[in-house]
Design a protein. Structure first.
Length: 263
Protein backbone atom coordinates (compact mmCIF):
# COMPACT_ATOMS: atom_id res chain seq x y z
CA UNK A 1 0.00 0.00 0.00
CA UNK A 2 2.83 2.38 0.83
CA UNK A 3 4.39 1.68 -2.56
CA UNK A 4 1.11 2.42 -4.31
CA UNK A 5 0.69 5.63 -2.33
CA UNK A 6 4.19 6.74 -3.27
CA UNK A 7 3.43 6.06 -6.91
CA UNK A 8 0.17 8.01 -6.68
CA UNK A 9 1.82 11.11 -5.33
CA UNK A 10 4.91 10.91 -7.52
CA UNK A 11 5.28 14.25 -9.33
CA UNK A 12 4.94 14.29 -13.08
CA UNK A 13 8.11 14.71 -15.04
CA UNK A 14 8.35 18.24 -16.39
CA UNK A 15 8.19 18.93 -20.14
CA UNK A 16 11.60 18.85 -21.78
CA UNK A 17 12.98 22.37 -22.14
CA UNK A 18 13.42 22.01 -25.88
CA UNK A 19 9.81 20.93 -26.45
CA UNK A 20 8.50 23.69 -24.20
CA UNK A 21 10.54 26.30 -26.01
CA UNK A 22 9.34 25.05 -29.38
CA UNK A 23 5.72 25.25 -28.25
CA UNK A 24 6.20 28.79 -26.98
CA UNK A 25 7.84 29.86 -30.23
CA UNK A 26 5.06 28.31 -32.32
CA UNK A 27 2.40 29.97 -30.19
CA UNK A 28 4.12 33.34 -30.39
CA UNK A 29 4.51 32.97 -34.16
CA UNK A 30 0.83 32.12 -34.57
CA UNK A 31 -0.25 35.08 -32.44
CA UNK A 32 2.06 37.40 -34.37
CA UNK A 33 0.64 36.20 -37.70
CA UNK A 34 -2.91 36.68 -36.45
CA UNK A 35 -2.10 40.22 -35.33
CA UNK A 36 -0.56 41.06 -38.70
CA UNK A 37 -3.60 39.74 -40.52
CA UNK A 38 -5.95 41.71 -38.28
CA UNK A 39 -3.98 44.91 -38.83
CA UNK A 40 -3.91 44.29 -42.60
CA UNK A 41 -7.66 43.72 -42.72
CA UNK A 42 -8.29 46.88 -40.68
CA UNK A 43 -6.06 49.01 -42.90
CA UNK A 44 -7.65 47.67 -46.09
CA UNK A 45 -11.15 48.26 -44.76
CA UNK A 46 -10.29 51.77 -43.59
CA UNK A 47 -8.75 52.63 -46.96
CA UNK A 48 -11.79 51.15 -48.70
CA UNK A 49 -14.16 53.27 -46.61
CA UNK A 50 -12.24 56.41 -47.57
CA UNK A 51 -12.23 55.51 -51.27
CA UNK A 52 -15.93 54.65 -51.24
CA UNK A 53 -16.78 57.96 -49.59
CA UNK A 54 -14.65 59.84 -52.09
CA UNK A 55 -16.14 57.95 -55.04
CA UNK A 56 -19.73 58.56 -53.93
CA UNK A 57 -19.12 62.29 -53.48
CA UNK A 58 -17.43 62.51 -56.88
CA UNK A 59 -20.15 60.52 -58.63
CA UNK A 60 -22.91 62.61 -57.08
CA UNK A 61 -21.23 65.84 -58.24
CA UNK A 62 -20.45 64.59 -61.74
CA UNK A 63 -23.76 62.84 -62.47
CA UNK A 64 -26.34 64.88 -60.60
CA UNK A 65 -28.99 63.63 -58.21
CA UNK A 66 -31.22 61.88 -60.77
CA UNK A 67 -28.56 59.80 -62.54
CA UNK A 68 -26.76 59.13 -59.27
CA UNK A 69 -29.97 57.71 -57.80
CA UNK A 70 -30.37 55.40 -60.80
CA UNK A 71 -26.77 54.23 -60.47
CA UNK A 72 -27.11 53.51 -56.75
CA UNK A 73 -30.38 51.62 -57.26
CA UNK A 74 -28.98 49.40 -60.03
CA UNK A 75 -25.58 48.84 -58.40
CA UNK A 76 -27.20 47.83 -55.10
CA UNK A 77 -29.13 45.10 -56.90
CA UNK A 78 -25.96 43.98 -58.67
CA UNK A 79 -24.03 43.74 -55.39
CA UNK A 80 -26.85 41.83 -53.70
CA UNK A 81 -27.30 39.31 -56.52
CA UNK A 82 -23.53 38.90 -56.89
CA UNK A 83 -23.17 38.10 -53.19
CA UNK A 84 -26.05 35.62 -53.22
CA UNK A 85 -24.85 33.85 -56.37
CA UNK A 86 -21.84 32.27 -54.64
CA UNK A 87 -24.24 30.04 -52.61
CA UNK A 88 -22.20 30.51 -49.45
CA UNK A 89 -19.09 28.90 -50.95
CA UNK A 90 -17.04 31.97 -50.08
CA UNK A 91 -17.71 31.10 -46.44
CA UNK A 92 -17.47 27.33 -46.88
CA UNK A 93 -13.94 27.48 -48.29
CA UNK A 94 -12.76 29.13 -45.08
CA UNK A 95 -13.44 25.77 -43.40
CA UNK A 96 -12.85 23.29 -46.20
CA UNK A 97 -9.50 24.54 -47.54
CA UNK A 98 -7.65 24.34 -44.18
CA UNK A 99 -9.26 20.93 -43.60
CA UNK A 100 -8.09 19.53 -46.94
CA UNK A 101 -4.61 20.99 -46.44
CA UNK A 102 -4.34 19.54 -42.94
CA UNK A 103 -5.36 16.09 -44.20
CA UNK A 104 -3.13 16.45 -47.29
CA UNK A 105 -6.15 15.86 -49.55
CA UNK A 106 -4.63 17.54 -52.59
CA UNK A 107 -7.16 16.21 -55.10
CA UNK A 108 -10.08 17.44 -53.01
CA UNK A 109 -8.37 20.81 -52.56
CA UNK A 110 -7.77 21.24 -56.29
CA UNK A 111 -11.32 20.17 -57.02
CA UNK A 112 -12.71 22.64 -54.51
CA UNK A 113 -10.70 25.51 -55.98
CA UNK A 114 -11.58 24.76 -59.60
CA UNK A 115 -15.08 23.36 -59.22
CA UNK A 116 -16.12 26.03 -56.74
CA UNK A 117 -15.24 28.81 -59.17
CA UNK A 118 -16.98 27.07 -62.06
CA UNK A 119 -20.10 26.41 -59.98
CA UNK A 120 -20.57 30.01 -58.85
CA UNK A 121 -19.87 31.32 -62.35
CA UNK A 122 -22.57 29.04 -63.76
CA UNK A 123 -25.05 30.10 -61.08
CA UNK A 124 -24.25 33.80 -61.49
CA UNK A 125 -24.48 33.60 -65.27
CA UNK A 126 -27.85 31.84 -64.96
CA UNK A 127 -29.15 34.58 -62.66
CA UNK A 128 -27.91 37.25 -65.07
CA UNK A 129 -29.61 35.45 -67.98
CA UNK A 130 -32.88 35.22 -66.06
CA UNK A 131 -32.61 38.92 -65.30
CA UNK A 132 -32.10 39.74 -68.96
CA UNK A 133 -35.15 37.66 -69.89
CA UNK A 134 -37.20 39.38 -67.18
CA UNK A 135 -36.20 42.85 -68.35
CA UNK A 136 -36.95 41.93 -71.95
CA UNK A 137 -40.33 40.54 -70.94
CA UNK A 138 -41.26 43.66 -68.99
CA UNK A 139 -40.47 45.77 -72.02
CA UNK A 140 -41.79 49.32 -71.82
CA UNK A 141 -42.93 48.86 -68.23
CA UNK A 142 -39.29 49.46 -67.24
CA UNK A 143 -38.60 53.19 -67.47
CA UNK A 144 -36.10 54.07 -70.17
CA UNK A 145 -33.49 55.70 -67.87
CA UNK A 146 -33.35 52.46 -65.84
CA UNK A 147 -33.34 49.98 -68.72
CA UNK A 148 -29.82 50.35 -70.11
CA UNK A 149 -28.09 50.57 -66.68
CA UNK A 150 -30.02 47.47 -65.58
CA UNK A 151 -28.95 45.52 -68.66
CA UNK A 152 -25.34 46.59 -68.13
CA UNK A 153 -25.46 45.79 -64.43
CA UNK A 154 -26.52 42.18 -65.06
CA UNK A 155 -23.32 41.67 -67.04
CA UNK A 156 -21.31 42.44 -63.90
CA UNK A 157 -22.94 39.78 -61.67
CA UNK A 158 -20.63 36.86 -62.68
CA UNK A 159 -17.57 39.10 -62.30
CA UNK A 160 -18.54 40.14 -58.78
CA UNK A 161 -19.35 36.55 -57.83
CA UNK A 162 -15.92 35.36 -58.93
CA UNK A 163 -14.31 38.12 -56.88
CA UNK A 164 -16.30 37.13 -53.79
CA UNK A 165 -15.32 33.45 -53.86
CA UNK A 166 -11.68 34.25 -54.60
CA UNK A 167 -11.72 36.56 -51.61
CA UNK A 168 -12.73 33.57 -49.48
CA UNK A 169 -10.07 31.33 -51.05
CA UNK A 170 -7.32 33.88 -50.40
CA UNK A 171 -8.39 34.42 -46.79
CA UNK A 172 -8.57 30.66 -46.21
CA UNK A 173 -4.90 30.47 -47.24
CA UNK A 174 -3.95 33.35 -44.96
CA UNK A 175 -3.53 35.83 -47.84
CA UNK A 176 -5.62 38.60 -46.33
CA UNK A 177 -4.25 41.42 -48.47
CA UNK A 178 -4.72 39.41 -51.67
CA UNK A 179 -8.32 38.67 -50.80
CA UNK A 180 -9.34 42.16 -49.71
CA UNK A 181 -7.31 44.61 -51.82
CA UNK A 182 -8.82 43.92 -55.29
CA UNK A 183 -12.53 44.24 -54.38
CA UNK A 184 -12.24 46.85 -51.64
CA UNK A 185 -9.42 49.10 -52.86
CA UNK A 186 -8.56 48.43 -56.49
CA UNK A 187 -12.14 48.38 -57.78
CA UNK A 188 -13.27 51.74 -56.32
CA UNK A 189 -9.93 53.27 -57.29
CA UNK A 190 -10.35 52.15 -60.91
CA UNK A 191 -13.93 53.43 -60.87
CA UNK A 192 -12.85 56.90 -59.71
CA UNK A 193 -10.02 57.04 -62.25
CA UNK A 194 -12.26 55.88 -65.11
CA UNK A 195 -15.07 58.32 -64.44
CA UNK A 196 -12.61 61.09 -63.68
CA UNK A 197 -10.97 60.55 -67.07
CA UNK A 198 -14.38 60.59 -68.77
CA UNK A 199 -15.29 63.82 -66.97
CA UNK A 200 -12.01 65.50 -67.96
CA UNK A 201 -12.44 64.40 -71.58
CA UNK A 202 -15.89 65.99 -71.72
CA UNK A 203 -17.78 62.71 -72.05
CA UNK A 204 -21.28 62.51 -70.52
CA UNK A 205 -21.08 61.12 -66.99
CA UNK A 206 -24.48 59.55 -66.32
CA UNK A 207 -25.87 56.31 -64.92
CA UNK A 208 -25.00 54.35 -68.06
CA UNK A 209 -21.42 55.61 -68.05
CA UNK A 210 -21.04 54.89 -64.33
CA UNK A 211 -22.32 51.30 -64.66
CA UNK A 212 -20.04 50.70 -67.66
CA UNK A 213 -17.08 52.05 -65.69
CA UNK A 214 -18.05 49.84 -62.74
CA UNK A 215 -18.03 46.79 -65.04
CA UNK A 216 -14.53 47.62 -66.29
CA UNK A 217 -13.31 48.32 -62.76
CA UNK A 218 -14.75 45.04 -61.48
CA UNK A 219 -13.25 43.15 -64.41
CA UNK A 220 -9.82 44.67 -63.79
CA UNK A 221 -10.00 43.81 -60.08
CA UNK A 222 -11.11 40.25 -60.84
CA UNK A 223 -8.29 39.72 -63.36
CA UNK A 224 -5.68 41.07 -60.96
CA UNK A 225 -7.04 38.93 -58.13
CA UNK A 226 -7.06 35.81 -60.33
CA UNK A 227 -3.47 36.35 -61.47
CA UNK A 228 -2.15 37.05 -57.99
CA UNK A 229 -4.10 34.18 -56.48
CA UNK A 230 -2.79 31.81 -59.15
CA UNK A 231 0.77 32.97 -58.53
CA UNK A 232 0.40 32.55 -54.76
CA UNK A 233 -1.06 29.06 -55.14
CA UNK A 234 1.28 27.94 -57.94
CA UNK A 235 2.70 25.17 -55.77
CA UNK A 236 -0.33 22.95 -56.22
CA UNK A 237 -0.30 20.43 -59.05
CA UNK A 238 -2.66 20.42 -61.98
CA UNK A 239 -6.15 19.03 -61.27
CA UNK A 240 -7.24 15.72 -62.70
CA UNK A 241 -10.70 14.52 -63.69
CA UNK A 242 -11.59 13.24 -60.25
CA UNK A 243 -10.42 16.45 -58.61
CA UNK A 244 -12.72 18.52 -60.78
CA UNK A 245 -15.73 16.63 -59.46
CA UNK A 246 -14.74 16.73 -55.82
CA UNK A 247 -16.50 19.91 -54.67
CA UNK A 248 -19.68 17.84 -54.79
CA UNK A 249 -18.00 14.76 -53.37
CA UNK A 250 -16.57 16.79 -50.49
CA UNK A 251 -20.08 17.31 -49.18
CA UNK A 252 -20.50 13.55 -48.85
CA UNK A 253 -17.06 12.76 -47.44
CA UNK A 254 -16.32 15.62 -45.04
CA UNK A 255 -19.24 15.46 -42.63
CA UNK A 256 -17.59 17.89 -40.22
CA UNK A 257 -16.89 20.50 -42.92
CA UNK A 258 -19.69 19.97 -45.40
CA UNK A 259 -20.83 22.69 -47.73
CA UNK A 260 -24.30 22.58 -46.25
CA UNK A 261 -23.19 23.01 -42.67
CA UNK A 262 -20.63 25.67 -43.61
CA UNK A 263 -23.18 27.74 -45.49
Amino acid sequence: MAALASLAVRPQSPMPPAAGGLGLRLGASERSRTRRQAVTAFLVRATSAGLLYLSQVALARWMGAYDYGIYVFVWTWVLMLGSLSNLGLSTAVLRLIPQHRERNEQAALRGLLLGGRLLVLVVASSIALLGLILLWGLGERVETPYAVPAYLGLICIPILTLTVIQDGVARARGLIALGLLPPYVLRPLLLILGLGAAHLCGLPVNARTAIAAAILASLGAAIAQTLFCGAACSGSSRPGRAAMLLPFGSRRRCHSGSLLSAT
